[in-house]
Ligand binder design. Structure first.
Ligand SMILES: N[C@@H](Cc1ccccc1)C(=O)O
Length: 403
């Protein structure tokens, strides 16, 4: 059998990364604008790659099939593992919540119905695939990814040819200092580079840490490339001053698309961007939904029968739906909150695992992340600060861009 290619694994990691975070980046970065946003996402990419590598290094002491859950329980004990699991579930739940809220607004607008009714109909229609089987999700995902790829290319090339340098660099409004806004991007950027539940899958896929390491780096590099193109194309077309209504709408995807629609003259580019955003929301909803579904089925011990799957469906989708109907609080805020929680299992726990295992076995063989303890502390500090930035932004302590 031929060995799996590094590029294949890199694409898997990139497709796990690309999702809600990417859709939230333009609104989260509007305050800091192009240069600071690109800097913030680049720093995040480096830290999130290192944290994935630290998890990989920790896993090398175990069997290829060993998962995140098992290693955390073994090295850091049950209490920390419970926190790890809780934050994993929380991130899945809040991402579903964000998708349900934005799909309600998108489809409510398209079909001219109430957004809440649209959310309910969206959940029923899309979660059917998850309820049916992983195979159904696999099929529909391929279709959605084809739609996404084509519409992304058309939409982005339409935007790219229309980039205005003064808009991109915000040189008209050079008086305002943009740097204080850069901190608020980090939680959303952290979400956009979250892939860490797939690290053990990658290791088992290659059965070689060094190749898995390259696939992870390749994946985060592909994601970074997408994000930079995405942000530059949007910031080069939509002036910073026009982000006011988008920020006021909580950075929702449909508000972003409406604003883009007003500055893009080509109808086909407008349509392509709309199709892209819908396909991105639906595919991420189904992808994250399947992850949470499998996780909860295992957690509650629900069987893989019709009745069992229905129970799992209910615990997976009803809580985020109910929250989005009764407590809507904005897309970007939800994505940032996901980042603040994800930092636990994407930065802090991987660094602690590697640290503990380096102490346990000072004579290290095989894959070791470069930089010694400096890398470990840098990842932990980055993770803690990112969570703090989100909490500070929520408490109105960090400057928030209002447009
Ligand atoms: N990166 C994913 C979400 C995610 C976060 C954390 C871990 C795994 C996945 C997205 O932006 O949609």
């Amino acid at each position: 059998m031929s060995k799996p290619s590094t590029l294949g694994g890199a694409c898997i990691i990139a497709s796990v990364c690309v999702g809600a975070g990417m859709l939230g980046l333009p609104s989260a970065g509007a305050g800091a604008w192009t240069l600071w946003t690109v800097l913030a996402i680049s720093v995040t990419m480096v830290m999130m790659t290192l944290s994935g590598w630290l998890l990989l290094e920790a896993l090398k002491h175990y069997d290829f099939k060993v998962s995140f859950n098992t290693i955390t329980k073994d090295v850091l004990k049950s209490k920390v593992n419970a926190i790890n699991n809780l934050s994993l579930y929380f991130v899945g739940g809040i991402l579903l919540y964000a998708y349900i809220s934005s799909s309600g607004m998108i489809f409510g607008g398209i079909f001219d119905i109430n957004a809440k009714l649209a959310s309910v109909l969206f959940v029923i229609a899309s979660s059917v695939f998850v309820l049916h089987s992983t195979r159904a999700v696999d099929r529909i995902s391929v279709l959605l990814i084809i739609f996404m790829a084509i519409s992304f290319i058309i939409g982005i090339s339409g935007l790219a040819t229309n980039i205005q340098l003064p808009t991109l660099l915000d040189s008209i409004d050079s008086q305002t200092s943009l740097s204080p806004y850069a901190l608020a991007i980090l939680p959303v950027a952290l979400t956009s580079f979250g892939y860490h539940h797939s690290v053990s899958t990658m290791r088992d896929y290659y059965r070689d840490e060094n190749r898995a390491k390259n696939a992870i780096l390749g994946g985060t590099l592909i994601a970074l490339t997408f994000y930079v193109i995405w942000v530059v194309c949007i910031f080069g077309n939509l002036p910073r001053t026009q982000f006011g209504p988008i920020v006021a709408a909580g950075g929702s995807v449909d508000a972003l698309m409406t604003a883009l629609g007003s500055v893009v003259s080509s109808n086909s580019v407008k349509q392509a961007l709309n199709i892209f955003s819908i396909a991105a929301v639906v595919s991420s909803f189904i992808g994250v939904g399947l992850g949470v579904f499998d996780y909860l089925a295992d957690f509650f011990g629900f069987e893989d029968t019709k009745q069992g799957r229905f129970k799992t469906w209910a615990v997976t989708f009803i809580p985020p739906l109910v929250f989005s109907l009764f407590a809507p609080f904005g897309f970007v805020a939800a994505i940032g909150l996901a980042g603040a929680a994800a930092t636990i299992w994407t930065c802090i726990i991987p660094a602690l695992l590697a640290k503990k295992l380096r102490q346990r076995q000072p004579e290290q063989q095989g894959f070791v992340v470069p930089g010694g303890n400096v890398t470990i502390y840098a990842v932990i500090i980055f993770g803690v600060l990112t969570a703090c930035f989100h909490l500070l932004a929520m408490a109105d302590v960090l400057p928030i861009f209002q447009g």
